[in-house]
Design a protein around this ligand. Structure first.
Ligand SMILES: NC(=O)c1ccc[n+]([C@@H]2O[C@H](COP(=O)([O-])OP(=O)(O)OC[C@H]3O[C@@H](n4cnc5c(N)ncnc54)[C@H](OP(=O)(O)O)[C@@H]3O)[C@@H](O)[C@H]2O)c1
Length: 332
């Protein structure tokens, strides 16, 4: 039995399992040159998939109803009609959520499971790692001694952001949603301070204590009220990377926040939106440096792995409940 996961209906607000459907699909065949048969091995669940479930214009087209969801996947080649790929190879691609499928080899990248666990190519050595690397270094430009705050600090992107900021000699404060995550950020990632935003009723008072010299770089993964609080601590010349706004992805009304322009003006601060895809021509540089830091033990990385293709929808929903530490993945 070969299975696929379709978008059954467009979510309004928080998605539910009813928005997805698992159906059977025929076993794949190779029909043309340059095609392979792939078997899904590790599939990434990512917050940006939520945006693609809306029928709205964005930087990627929306998913279609009754069509498979697609996203980052590492798959095993079962059969190949391309001289560059052999049965048994592993490839990384943006692929539909189908257990076994025919795919064009164009757009697939061969990955080596002897160099790193397969899930790392969807995490620290893949899109989230590159997001942390280019977002922080290109827009944040952290300097030794500066204070860097990262929200979503225990997640796939945030955990790498804070560690790179430590490599650069910064004072690092991570914000996350549980005591376990705060312990992880401090004990394993070596951030200087961690805040559990669920337990902090007065965010500004807490930030005042953990950022006594203000904030020079804010890597924003979540938006909403957490970011409203951080933004009032920005120093003159601060840099704010708008990477993600997960706190707002399920909003059904346009959220109203503080008017930020006076703060940006008086602090002469830079606030810039960031999309990792804009850095495609430099991915090799990013992956090379991240692999080197991993090998040198300067970076560590965690994955939360759920077993079973049928658990993809539930795992995706778990991102909005903060179920993951590090990269959230489904292994098949
Ligand atoms: N711009 C780009 O190119 C780019 C690329 C990759 C990712 N992103 C964005 O970066 C962010 C992090 O992505 P990721 O892949 O690393 O995900 P992640 O942090 O591994 O997982 C999502 C985390 O978000 C937190 N969260 C969920 N709902 C929240 C809420 N209402 N308020 C505050 N935190 C909430 C949860 O952690 P807690 O327990 O801490 O709440 C959850 O574990 C996302 O916003 C994503 O869209 C952007």
């Amino acid at each position: 039995m070969n299975r696929q996961i379709l978008l059954k209906s467009r979510p309004v607000g928080m998605p539910t399992e009813d928005n997805f459907e698992i159906t059977e699909t025929p076993e794949p065949e190779i029909k043309k040159e340059g095609e392979v048969i792939l078997e899904a091995r590790v599939i990434s669940v990512d917050p940006y998939l939520r945006g693609r479930m809306n029928d709205a214009k964005s930087y990627v087209p929306p998913f279609q109803i009754d069509e498979p969801i697609s996203g980052g996947m590492v798959a095993k080649v079962l059969d190949s009609n391309d001289p560059d790929l052999q049965a048994g190879d592993f490839v990384l691609g943006r692929l539909p959520w189908i257990e076994r499928q025919t795919a064009k080899t164009e757009g697939l990248t061969k990955v080596d499971d002897s160099l790193a666990p397969l899930g790392y190519y969807l995490g620290i050595l893949g899109m989230p790692g590159l997001t942390a690397y280019f977002g922080l270094l290109d827009i944040g430009r952290p300097e030794a001694g500066e204070t860097v705050v990262v929200s979503g600090g225990a997640g796939a992107v945030g955990s790498v952001v804070g560690q790179i900021a430590k490599i650069k000699g910064c004072h690092v404060v991570g914000i996350a949603g549980s005591d376990e995550k705060v312990r992880y950020m401090i004990d394993e990632l070596h951030f200087d301070q961690g805040i559990n935003y669920h337990k902090t009723s007065e965010m500004k008072q807490t930030l005042d204590v953990v950022c006594p010299y203000g904030v020079d770089v804010y890597f924003d993964n979540v938006g909403g009220e957490i970011s409203d609080a951080v933004l009032s601590f920005m120093n003159i010349g601060a840099r704010i990377i708008i990477c993600g706004q997960i706190a707002l992805y399920n909003a059904t009304q346009q959220p109203v926040g503080p008017r930020i322009q006076p703060t940006l003006l008086t602090r002469r601060a830079l606030m810039q939106g960031f999309l990792v895809g804009d850095y495609a021509s430099r991915y090799e540089e990013g992956t090379h440096t991240l692999s080197k830091w991993l090998k040198q033990g300067k970076l560590t990385y965690k994955q939360t792995v759920v077993q079973g293709f049928e658990n993809l929808p539930e795992t995706f929903l778990g991102l909005f409940k903060g179920e993951n530490i590090g990269k959230y993945l489904v292994e098949i």
